[in-house]
Write a protein that binds this ligand. Structure first.
Ligand SMILES: Cc1cn([C@H]2C[C@H](O)[C@@H](COP(=O)(O)OP(=O)(O)OP(=O)(O)O)O2)c(=O)[nH]c1=O
Length: 190
């Protein structure tokens, strides 16, 4: 099977590699559109748009994987911060509280001319210790914020501010590899 990851995220590439399958990377290029209200629907719709965009370019047998990660705190949806100030605002809001990280995954699978799909989301609760403004400034100086939903990366130096998580860790990093593997295994696609 020709496995294709429709994502430019280096974290997703690393996480999918854990499954030991050979795959190509063809990132989706278009700006995704948010048309839903519930976060679990938004991340699945965005993942769907990414996977479909790449699948439309392919023919024959393929298995295209798209994913999207967003952070949510009390109804506010946080994507990637546009600049340092926005990152500061996001991390201040998340400090000393519990927020949710949602990743939507969509798999477009085509074999012998038949198309099928998997779509799911995973939610992980993340609780942070209190972080003061000097610590936030120091973190933002590392430039680790800018390409990450919510303005932080749990896998880097920000890890010292994480008190607890409830749910799949890799979901926070951008790809719930455990859930993905199990969904794929049930379908016989891996
Ligand atoms: C919360 C959090 C997010 N992230 C990352 C995962 C995602 O790469 C990113 C959210 O952006 P996404 O838009 O989901 O993905 P992307 O733009 O990196 O890649 P593509 O659209 O091509 O698939 O934030 C972390 O690495 N660590 C974290 O702790």
């Amino acid at each position: 099977m020709r496995y294709v990851l429709a994502s430019a995220s280096p974290r997703r590439k690393e996480l999918l590699s854990l499954l030991g399958i050979e795959f190509e990377v063809i990132p989706a290029q278009k700006e995704e559109k948010i048309e839903r209200v519930k976060l679990e629907e938004i991340v699945q719709s965005l993942a769907n748009q990414k996977a479909n965009e790449v699948a439309e370019e392919l023919s024959g047998d393929f298995c295209v994987i798209g994913a999207d990660t967003l952070v949510s705190y009390k109804g506010e949806v946080l994507g990637k911060p546009a600049d340092d100030e926005e990152a500061f605002g996001m991390i201040s809001m998340l400090s000393d509280r519990t927020h949710q990280v949602y990743t939507g995954v969509c798999v477009q699978y085509q074999k012998d001319g038949k198309r099928d799909e998997i779509s799911f989301f995973e939610k992980t609760d993340v609780t942070l210790y209190p972080i003061d403004r000097f610590e936030i400034r120091d973190y933002i100086k590392t430039k680790d914020s800018f390409d990450k939903a919510g303005g932080y990366g749990i896998q880097g130096s920000f890890g010292k501010h994480v008190k607890s998580i409830n749910g799949e860790y890799n979901n926070v990093v951008g790809f719930p590899v455990g859930r993905f593997y199990n969904e794929m295994f049930k379908k016989g696609w891996i």
